[in-house]
Design a protein around this ligand. Structure first.
Ligand code: HEC
Length: 152
């Protein structure tokens, strides 16, 4: 009697273990489906990251501009050698473009316009492409950062 009870318990335990094993086999698939983030969620996360960066002109500059304009703005980025005209040297403090036509080139507003529209719109080179995807905050931060490279 006693041994039957024990074997019954063991059978029960084994049954539970097998069921659990059977279930756990399915779990990764189900978890994978639940964990896969929706595209909207990714977009929202990107937007949050972009907002967090919005005041960090240096961060955006390094990501988007340094390849041509150089880490310190001297116009000597890795891609610069192959470009003609050369990327502007921001360390000189000398700017060509007066995008808003007020007689003073290289103001924060001019830089914002060049970055948003590209230089070609103002008679310059299409190598300086438009960056319309930058938020207003990012453009402001990046333009101020470009100005700060003067003398660097
Ligand atoms: C593919 C290379 C490249 C990248 C990347 C690039 N630029 Fe340029 N940039 C140029 C070139 C080339 C010129 C010169 C255009 C000309 O003289 O007509 C220029 C010119 C400029 C000017 C005009 C300066 C003046 O003399 O008035 C500004 C401002 C500027 N870039 C800002 C930026 C910013 C900010 C970024 C990053 C968002 C950036 N650029 C990314 C190549 C680049």
């Amino acid at each position: 009697m006693r041994s039957r009870t024990v074997s019954g318990v063991i059978t029960l335990i084994l049954a539970v273990v097998f069921m659990a094993a059977g279930c756990s086999k399915k779990e990764p698939e189900a978890a994978g489906q639940v964990a896969a983030p929706a595209p909207e969620a990714i977009a929202a996360a990107d937007a949050t990251a972009a907002t967090a960066e919005s005041n960090a002109g240096a961060t955006v500059y390094k990501a988007y501009c340094a390849a041509c304009h150089g880490a310190t703005g001297k116009g000597d980025g890795a891609a610069a050698a192959a470009l003609n005209p050369k990327p502007a040297d921001f360390s000189s403090g000398i700017f060509k473009y007066d995008a808003n036509g007020n007689g003073v080139a290289g103001e924060v507003d001019d830089i914002k316009a060049i970055v948003h529209d590209g230089a070609a719109k103002y008679g310059g080179s299409p190598l300086m492409t438009p960056w319309p995807m930058l938020s207003a905050d990012q453009s402001q931060a990046i333009a101020e950062y470009v100005k700060s490279l003067h003398g660097g």
